[in-house]
Design a protein around this ligand. Structure first.
Ligand SMILES: N[C@@H](CCC(=O)N[C@@H](CS)C(=O)NCC(=O)O)C(=O)O
Length: 207
């Protein structure tokens, strides 16, 4: 398999899950602005929408869109238990959570990365939007569960972690959401997460 990624971007969720599953894979760092991949490919030929992640399986099938890519990966190793079985309430809960992270939490960070300057009023509004979505994560964790689906880690935790971790990079405080902060730290400490962050150049290899 090959994962097209940008350091620290949402594609890191798939990178973490590939590590969690121990599936052999290659990484191809992608410059989405230039539409070029490090290996010399024309990224728009691979993924016409021009954004990561794009996952190419060993049959040459290309998958995009985080919720689909993450479920595809989980389904490669069902025994690893990173997604509930198809046709169960648990699977619907996973899809519900993945869609929330994708269309609500992830997109609420969009203005920070769209390149335009934000004046104070706009920034306050954007931060409030992030806070509203973080409050949903906080409510989900309110019953003391360790992960978004319960006590078991699943693919949505990798995705939620990557997105919530952007808060620190863009200077948005999660102090009002202590369970969410503890959750981010919990997922950050997993060896598969550390390995992906080191490989993407986001942190030094811990001693
Ligand atoms: N709907 C897509 C969105 C993916 C996305 O927003 N990717 C960002 C990185 S987090 C990206 O590649 N942006 C570059 C661009 O749009 O040019 C998904 O869920 O996979």
């Amino acid at each position: 398999m090959k994962l097209h990624y940008k350091p620290g971007a949402c594609s890191m969720a798939s990178h973490i899950i590939l590590n969690e599953l121990g599936i052999p894979f290659d990484l191809d760092k992608t410059d989405t602005n230039a539409g070029k991949t490090e290996a010399g490919g024309d990224f728009l030929q691979i993924s016409p929408n021009g954004y990561v992640p794009a996952l190419i399986n060993d049959d040459g099938e290309i998958f995009t869109e985080n919720p689909a890519v993450l479920q595809y990966l989980a389904d490669q190793s069902p025994d690893a238990g990173l997604a509930p079985a198809h046709g169960t309430v648990g699977r619907v809960r996973l899809q519900e959570a993945l869609n929330f992270v994708s269309s609500e939490l992830h997109k609420s960070f969009g203005p920070f990365f769209s390149g335009g300057e934000m004046d104070d009023a706009r920034r306050t509004k954007v931060e409030a939007g992030v806070a509203r979505r973080a409050a949903h994560i906080e409510r989900t964790l309110a019953d003391g569960r360790d992960y978004l689906l319960g006590d078991t880690y699943s693919v949505v935790d990798a995705y939620a972690f990557v997105v919530l971790n952007w808060a620190g990079f863009v200077g948005v405080s999660l102090d009002a959401h202590p369970k969410t902060q503890a959750y981010v730290a919990r997922v950050a400490a997993r060896p598969a997460t550390v390995k992906a962050m080191v490989a993407e150049g986001l942190m030094e290899q811990p001693a």
